[in-house]
Design a protein around this ligand. Structure first.
Ligand SMILES: [Zn+2]
Length: 551
């Protein structure tokens, strides 16, 4: 299989990327057949097999930064942990050197350069090319499990780009299966395989029209999740937390983008959407024995988003078995979601309550939002009220989303009853909701309550940033009076000259308010009272004079 793959993928020589990144050798440089033959012997005899393998990977992944030939000596820079200098002697291989710290025999950097020489200088002569090929084949025979051949991504992507964009699920599925077989083989060599998989999948649909592209992207994430998830749970790689994290964040981001842009209402996409819903419900509802189903947080979002997209008629597709193997909090939420789809909110809440209390509330907010979008306000309120138990544990992002869901539930168009309800909700979450509550009060034009709230919180104005202040100043100047008094007192209490200047600034602003209200006399009395009361603060007195507050 290895050999066949190699023969049918002449990518090593034809890949435009490689030609573009690594300049072709100067044509003047030629290495004789004898020297290449000697190098081939050296490659087969002088390196440990695992070093050869790594050298080959280095060569094929572009770690050789530059290379020059001077008579019998090849010089190159190779990028490893840092950049090393390699001098390969074609006539006396044994005196070749590398600046890396590898101590026992010849290193992978040297091997990489040797492979590069064989590839570049033997390429136009079939017999030398055969030498390289033979080397690779022998390596593969030595360690058949690690197939570090140049990946078939590009060829696979070209293949799918060759099918019609509306070839549909079967053709796409065949493509994904091929791609992930490749990914499975290469995941050992790290997380790059996952990134490359996505890159090549994206490339496949570059030239397609929307919404085909979005659909293709959607299924990309679905199949990627299925494949990588089972790969991770089957193999020892499952314990590689960093691979999992990388994988989860990559697919999660994609998922949200793709699913949001899916056209789910019009045919044929509506039926695609229902098909996807059924597929996912079956997938999540029927675990293979011992498999950790739905540990990927993405499964939940995907199901929830689809549920929102597939309205009413699609609901029949959600007859999934809610008895998902609940090993993780994510699968608990998936279980809960199935119950919610069935209208069994109480049971669903019991499943996830322990997780919600410890701060995993994002899925619950998504459920509530979906219910709002489906015009089931009572059920949405049920979820938001339950989640209130977890307010202390919510991080900032969840908290923002949580309040946004409440706002949507109360109606964003701002009718009086909705506004009153939203204010009530915010009031019940004080003190955490203080800034939101204050903003909502001023947005609703309830300046007295707003001022009372800020007074109670000991709020002090920042007079340098007061655009909202001037709106209230116009609409209800009287509401601001106590707050400005509080601000003046606060700054005086700081007992330093910069603060006294702020106090005077606030006093002037206060004077404008009293003037607007036709109560200048009260302001002058207040200023006189202040000057008396703080008569001992010389610097303050000076600032009062400088500001022409007192003569
Ligand atoms: Zn080295």
């Amino acid at each position: 299989m290895v050999r066949r793959n190699f023969e049918t993928s002449p990518i090593i020589l034809s890949d435009a990327r490689m030609g573009g990144v690594f300049p072709i050798m100067p044509s003047a440089a030629v290495i004789s057949s004898d020297r290449l033959q000697a190098l081939r012997q050296a490659v087969l005899e002088q390196f440990e097999p695992h070093i050869l393998e790594r050298g080959l990977v280095y060569e094929l992944t572009g770690r050789i930064l530059d290379l020059s030939v001077d008579g019998g000596v090849v010089s190159a820079h190779v990028e490893g942990t840092s950049v090393y200098r390699v001098a390969l002697d074609l006539d006396f291989f044994g005196i070749s050197t590398c600046t890396c710290p590898y101590g026992s025999g010849f290193c992978k950097h040297l091997a990489a350069v040797a492979f590069r020489v064989l590839r570049e200088f033997g390429a136009d002569r079939p017999e030398e090319w055969g030498i390289f090929q033979e080397t690779v084949a022998r390596l593969a025979a030595l360690r058949p499990k690690n197939d570090y051949r140049v990946p078939a991504w590009t060829a696979a992507a070209d293949h799918v780009a060759g099918c019609a964009q509306d070839a549909g699920l079967a053709a796409w599925r065949a493509f994904y299966d091929r791609t992930f077989r490749e990914c499975r083989r290469r995941l050992d060599s790290g997380v790059m395989a996952i990134r490359e998989t996505f890159a090549s999948l994206d490339k496949a649909s570059d030239a397609w029209d929307e919404p085909w592209r979005s659909w293709f992207g959607f299924w990309t994430v679905v199949w990627a999740m299925e494949n990588v998830e089972s790969l991770l749970s089957d193999s020892w790689l499952g314990s590689w937390a960093f691979i999992r994290r990388e994988w989860e964040s990559l697919s999660e981001k994609r998922l949200v983008d793709r699913v949001r842009s899916l056209p789910a209402k019009e045919e044929p996409f509506a039926s695609f959407c229902r098909e996807a819903a059924v597929h996912l419900a079956e997938k999540a509802g029927t675990p293979r024995p011992g498999q950790r189903v739905a540990f990927h947080p993405g499964w939940f979002s995907l199901l929830a988003w689809l549920w929102r997209k597939v309205d009413g008629e699609g609901a029949g597709g959600w007859t999934a078995d809610p008895d998902v193997y609940a090993r993780t909090r994510h699968s608990a939420w998936v279980q809960a979601l199935f119950l919610v789809m069935d209208g069994r909110d109480d049971e669903a809440w019991e499943k996830v309550r322990p997780y919600a209390i410890h701060g995993t509330v994002g899925p619950g907010v998504l459920i509530a939002e979906t219910l709002v979008a489906r015009r089931e306000p009572e059920r949405a309120a049920f979820w938001l009220e339950r989640l209130a138990e977890s307010i202390e544990a919510m991080d900032e992002g969840d908290w923002r989303d949580y309040l946004a869901a409440w706002r949507r539930l109360c109606g964003e168009d701002g009718d009086a009853a909705g506004t009153e309800r939203f204010l009530q909700v915010l009031r019940s979450f004080l003190p955490r909701s203080l800034p939101h509550y204050a903003e909502a009060l001023s947005a609703a034009g309830r300046y007295r309550e707003w001022a009372d709230l800020l007074m109670a919180a000991g709020f002090v104005f920042n007079l340098h940033d007061s655009s909202r202040l001037s709106v209230i100043e116009k609409k209800d100047p009287e509401a601001l009076l106590p707050l400005f008094h509080q601000t003046v007192e606060y700054w005086i209490g700081q007992r330093n000259r910069t603060a006294y200047r702020e106090a005077v600034r606030a006093l002037k602003r206060l004077g404008r308010l009293y003037h607007k209200l036709g109560r200048d006399e009260e302001w002058r009395r207040f200023c006189g009272w202040l000057a008396d009361r703080y008569g001992r603060l010389r610097a303050f007195q000076e600032e009062l004079k400088r500001g022409k507050i007192v003569p």
